[in-house]
Design a protein. Structure first.
Length: 458
């Protein structure tokens, strides 16, 4: 019997969390320059900033860590990790890294040159920044339905295939050293990508001789949605679906801090041994030897075990139901919830929820700060603070397609009671949204400004 919502685990270890007063939170946020990334974790009651590395590991993962082989080269723990990646994803070659953005940096640094283009359904922030730092151009080609937060469709994370092929013909395949697709599509409200779209994306890239890579950090959740929403895959196992998804790609980058349910780790999966050796030279300089890549042996053990736990159907059923419940709670509180809810997070359309705040004043960040002040709940803006920029030709501001606020749920960490509390905070806040002011930037770095920016209330 598959239980639709109950946690398929028992809790063995707990961590105390404390509640601050509203006056304390106002002062804390002020000292953090109105940037929730700068708020100390001990001053957060419910932390939904990210699901990356914030997971609770299982007893089997902790047990596996005790077997960690810390040999510098050829450790047994690497061989176990390598075998798990090959079994689950189907890639015969793997290079471990300390996390996903390092995997991106190693891959892009090997393949991408200044002035070239890397298309994707939609790049996330670090992926985009890793490409931009090289002097290349990240290009987003998600289907237009992704920009409509109200429409409820099964695969709003898909690549726009017509635009992809048109783009390749426009700039020339010789100027595209690699192509990507992100599953699930985090920047597009965590929406999944269909199997047919993954296959056709790969076919288009390969038609023009372009290597195809998958950003795989939430691959298991994407496979679950395919099983639930595509009748052709209803009777297939998650493992079978995963193997097919990756069969269309030449490789992948992955932050294991998501669907491998660990606190640190990542990797590059590859079919081409020659490319592996090219990347390996860069990896040894920046991350470590090719059989540990910036990780301890115990971390490799935890990732290997976590990859199997991440594709367990009972866990995935619970995970989606847990997230969907938070969406229902936030919608009942009066927030404009992006439809349908994703697997790792609920996204609220802050532009619709706070229509009096223009994109230039970052409604997502304003709503995030108001939630923290109201009840100590930390979330993250996925909008124009994160993705906005000035047009390089005109200097005019370019805003994100959606002003979203992400409620990312750490895996196996919070119970239904915690989600109910978040709903109560949201409901209280929605009683007086007109009092929420916008924000303006007083200082920002050149790249990934949302992490370090300083802001003031307008």
């Amino acid at each position: 019997m598959t239980v639709p919502f109950l946690e398929p685990f028992r809790i063995k270890v707990v961590e105390p969390i404390k509640m601050t007063t509203k006056a304390e939170r106002v002062a804390i946020l002020k000292s953090a320059h109105n940037n929730l990334f700068k708020v100390p974790a001990e001053d957060v009651f419910i932390d939904l900033l990210t699901d990356s590395g914030t997971n609770a590991m299982s007893d089997r993962q902790w047990s596996a860590m005790m077997l960690g082989d810390e040999s510098y080269a050829g450790a047994k723990s690497f061989l176990k990790f390598e075998k798990a990646v090959a079994d689950i994803l189907g890639f015969p070659h793997v290079l471990p890294t300390h996390q996903g953005r390092a995997a991106e940096g190693m891959l892009f640094g090997t393949l991408v040159k200044p002035g070239q283009y890397v298309p994707n359904n939609r790049h996330f922030d670090t992926t985009q920044a890793n490409i931009a730092e090289i002097g290349a151009y990240p290009v987003d080609l998600v289907v237009p339905e992704a920009e409509d937060s109200a429409i409820d469709l099964p695969f709003k994370g898909n690549m726009d295939l017509e635009r992809l092929e048109a783009f390749i013909n426009e700039v020339g395949a010789e100027n595209i050293p690699m192509g990507m697709i992100t599953i699930t599509n985090n920047s597009a409200a965590g929406q999944p990508v269909s199997m047919g779209n993954i296959r056709q994306t790969g076919e288009i890239y390969h038609k023009y001789g372009i290597p195809f890579f998958i950003d795989a950090c939430r691959f298991a959740e994407n496979a679950w949605f395919i099983k639930q929403r595509d009748q052709d895959y209803a009777k297939k196992s998650i493992h079978e679906i995963v193997r097919e998804m990756f069969s269309y790609a030449d490789g992948c980058t992955m932050s294991a801090k998501k669907d491998a349910i660990v606190n640190i780790g990542g990797f590059i999966g590859l079919r081409d041994e020659e490319l592996k050796l090219r990347i390996a030279q860069k990896l040894i300089i920046h991350e470590g030897f090719i059989t540990y890549g910036g990780l301890a042996g115990r971390d490799l053990e935890a990732v290997a075990q976590g990859l199997y736990e991440g594709i367990d159907p009972d866990y995935l059923n619970y995970r989606e139901s847990h997230t969907r419940y938070l969406g229902e709670v936030l919608e009942a509180a009066g927030m404009a919830v992006y439809k349908p809810t994703g697997g790792h997070a609920v996204y609220v359309d802050a532009g619709v929820t706070l229509p009096h705040i223009p994109p230039s004043q970052f409604p997502g960040a304003a709503l995030a700060n108001a939630l923290y002040i109201e009840g100590g709940v930390r979330t993250v803006e996925i909008g124009s603070l994160m993705f906005g920029h000035d047009d390089p030709d005109t200097g005019e501001p370019v805003y994100a397609p959606n002003e979203l606020l992400r409620f990312a749920i750490p895996r196996r960490v919070y119970t239904r009671s915690h989600l109910d509390y978040v709903g109560k905070v949201a409901k209280e806040l929605m009683k007086n949204t007109d009092s929420i002011r916008g924000l303006k930037i007083t200082w920002q770095p050149e790249l990934l400004r949302h992490f370090l920016a300083e802001l003031e209330w307008v």
